[in-house]
Design a protein around this ligand. Structure first.
Ligand code: SIN
Length: 498
C-alpha cells in the first residue's frame, strides 16, 4: 500500500518507520525541514518506566486523575500497556536516554505523577535527542521525504481520503495514497503567548475539519504554568519543580498550596490557574525559586534551561526567576479510535493532531511523547487495512466546516491579522474564560473568517487554518458550560498575569 504521513515529529516519524517496516511504500511530507516542529523542543521526557512501587496501573490512575474525569479509560490502558515497549523501541532506534554510572535509566518526576517514571535525554533535551535518532532511521531506511511541503487539503474521493494536496515551493502537488496519517501537531500559534514554534498553526486539524472529519475536545488547551516571563516564551520544564523548585509570590510565600494540597506538584491546570490569579493580584509575575537545587545540579540536569535563562540575563542558581503560563498543548484534535482511525475512511491522525481522549481535560506531564509513539505505531498497523473494510464508529459526529455558511459573504467583515486573533484567543479563550467573552470571541472570529481574502501565501493559509481551529475551539468552549480541567469558566473578568 501507499501511505502518506504528514508531519515529522515523534508521531509522524514513528508512523512512517512502522509503516515502512511492515512493507508499505511511505512518503513523509513535512512543512519545514526535518527536525523542525514541537518534538525537538520537548524538555521533560517520556513517562512509562516503572521503578519499585510503581506500575502501569499507577500511571493510568495519575493520567485519569489529571484528565479530570474526561479521559477514555480504554485509551489510557493502551497508553500505559504499550508505553514501555515503545520506550524500548526508541532505545533500540538509538535514543540515548540519560543513565546513571551503572547504566540504569535515570527517572525524573513531574507534577501530578505519583512516582518518578520519566526517562529523559541530555538532561532537558529529550525531544531533540528523539528527533535526532528517528530522523537518522528515516534516512537510513530510505523513506521518501518531501520537505517544505505545506498541507493545503486532503484529497477526498467517494467519501474516503485518497491523498493530500501540498504546496511545495509555490507549486501545487497532489500525492495520492491508500491512506493518510496526519501528524501535523497542534495549534499553539492560536495564542499570543505559547511555547510552540511558529509552524504550530493547526494545519492538519483545519484540513480535517474542511473535509468533514469529527473533531473533539478543542476547548481543552493546556497552558504550561512556567515559561520565562521575559525574553520570549521560553519553557521552564516542570521537571524543575520535580527536582524541588518552588513557586513564590512577591512576599516569598508558596501560594500554590492555597489552591491544592500538592502545591507546585499539583496538576498543570491547577498550577497555571493559581499563577495567573496570583500574578493578577500582585500585578507582577510570580517567581520560580530553583536556588535550593544548586548551581552544579542545575547545569548538569537542565543544561538547555541553564544556558537559555543565562542568555536572557537571569542567574537562576542565585535568584528566583519570573514565570508565567503560556499555551502549550491541545488536548483536543481530530477524533480517533484506539488505532488512530478518524471518521473519514483512509484518514488517520496521531500525536497532538489527534484526540484519542487519553488526556481528557488536562494532560499529565510527559504523556504526550508517549501517546504519540504508542498511537502512531498502532495507526501505522491499522492504516495497512484497506479503507473500505473499516466500519465507521458511531460515536463520531461531523463538524461543519468553519466557513461553510459564510464563504459567499466577503463584504463588510472586519480586517484581521494573525496577531489580533492571537490576542483575542489569549484574552477571551485563554486560561480563564467567561461566557460573554467566548461569545464575543466567536463573533469576531466568524467575522474575520468571512472577510478573509483568498490565501495567497503559506502565511495566509496558516492564518486561515488558525481561524478555522479558533472557531471550532471557541464554539466548543462556549458549549461547555461547566469548569473542568483546562476549561475554566468565571463570572468575573479574567485575571491573567502575562
Ligand atoms: C515540561 O518539560 O514541563 C513539558 C513536558 C510536557 O509538556 O509534557
Amino acid at each position: 500500500m501507499n501511505l502518506v504521513v504528514a508531519g515529522s515529529g515523534i508521531a509522524g516519524l514513528t508512523a512512517a518507520l512502522h509503516a515502512q517496516q511492515s512493507g508499505h511504500s511511505v512518503t513523509l511530507v513535512t512543512k519545514d525541514a526535518l527536525g523542525g516542529g514541537c518534538t525537538p523542543l520537548a524538555q521533560g521526557g517520556v513517562a512509562g518506566i516503572y521503578g519499585p512501587g510503581d506500575s502501569p496501573r499507577q500511571h493510568a490512575a495519575d493520567t485519569l486523575d489529571a484528565g479530570a474525569g474526561l479521559s477514555d479509560a480504554m485509551a489510557v490502558d493502551v497508553l500505559v500497556g504499550e508505553g514501555s515497549a515503545r520506550i524500548a523501541e526508541l532505545i533500540a532506534r538509538g535514543v540515548a536516554f540519560d543513565r546513571d554510572v551503572n547504566g540504569t535509566l535515570l527517572l525524573g518526576r513531574e507534577a501530578a505523577h505519583s512516582h518518578a517514571r520519566i526517562v529523559h535525554a541530555g538532561g532537558d533535551a529529550t525531544g531533540a535527542e528523539i528527533s535526532r535518532a528517528l530522523i537518522a532511521q528515516v534516512h537510513d531506511r530510505g523513506i521518501d521525504i518531501v520537505e517544505h511541503a505545506f498541507l493545503l487539503d486532503l484529497l477526498i474521493e467517494h467519501g474516503a481520503v485518497r491523498g493530500v494536496r501540498m504546496l511545495h515551493h509555490g507549486v501545487t502537488l497532489d500525492i495520492t495514497a491508500d491512506a493518510v496519517i496526519l501528524a501535523t501537531g497542534g495549534g499553539g500559534q492560536l495564542y499570543q503567548h505559547t511555547t510552540n514554534p511558529l509552524g504550530a498553526t493547526g494545519d492538519g486539524i483545519a484540513a480535517a475539519i474542511r473535509a468533514g472529519a469529527a473533531v473533539a475536545d478543542l476547548e481543552f488547551v493546556q497552558f504550561h504554568p512556567t515559561v520565562l516571563a521575559a525574553g520570549g516564551s521560553f519553557l521552564i520544564s516542570e521537571a524543575v519543580r520535580g527536582e524541588g523548585a518552588t513557586l513564590i509570590d512577591d512576599r516569598g510565600r508558596r501560594f500554590v498550596f492555597d489552591s491544592h494540597p500538592d502545591g507546585e506538584m499539583a496538576p498543570r491546570d491547577v498550577v497555571a490557574g493559581a499563577i495567573a490569579r496570583q500574578a493578577g493580584l500582585q500585578r507582577s509575575p510570580v517567581r520560580l525559586d530553583a536556588t535550593m537545587i544548586g548551581a552544579a545540579r542545575l547545569t548538569q540536569r537542565f543544561p538547555t534551561i541553564d544556558r537559555s535563562t543565562r542568555e536572557r540575563g537571569f542567574d537562576w542558581a542565585r535568584e528566583p526567576i519570573p514565570v508565567t503560563p503560556a499555551a502549550h498543548y491541545l488536548m483536543g484534535g481530530i477524533r480517533t479510535d484506539l488505532d488512530g482511525r478518524t471518521s473519514i475512511p483512509g484518514l488517520f491522525a496521531v500525536g497532538e493532531t489527534a484526540c484519542t481522549r487519553v488526556h481528557g481535560a488536562n494532560r499529565l506531564a510527559s504523556n504526550s511523547l508517549l501517546e504519540a509513539a504508542v498511537f502512531a505505531a498502532r495507526a501505522a498497523a491499522a492504516a495497512a487495512v484497506p479503507a473500505h473494510s473499516i466500519p465507521l464508529r458511531s460515536q463520531f459526529t461531523s463538524l461543519k466546516p468553519a466557513n461553510s455558511d459564510t464563504n459567499c459573504d466577503r463584504s463588510g467583515g472586519f480586517a484581521h491579522s494573525r496577531g489580533l486573533l492571537q490576542e483575542l484567543m489569549w484574552d477571551r479563550v485563554g486560561l480563564v474564560r467567561t461566557p460573554d467573552g467566548l461569545a464575543e470571541a466567536l463573533t469576531s472570529i466568524r467575522s474575520w473568517a468571512a472577510a478573509a481574502p483568498a490565501p495567497a501565501s503559506v502565511a495566509d493559509y496558516e492564518t486561515a487554518n488558525l481561524l478555522t481551529v479558533a472557531e471550532a475551539a471557541a464554539s466548543a468552549a462556549l458549549a461547555r458550560t461547566e469548569s473542568v480541567g483546562a476549561h475554566q469558566l468565571s463570572r468575573e473578568p479574567a485575571l491573567i498575569g502575562a
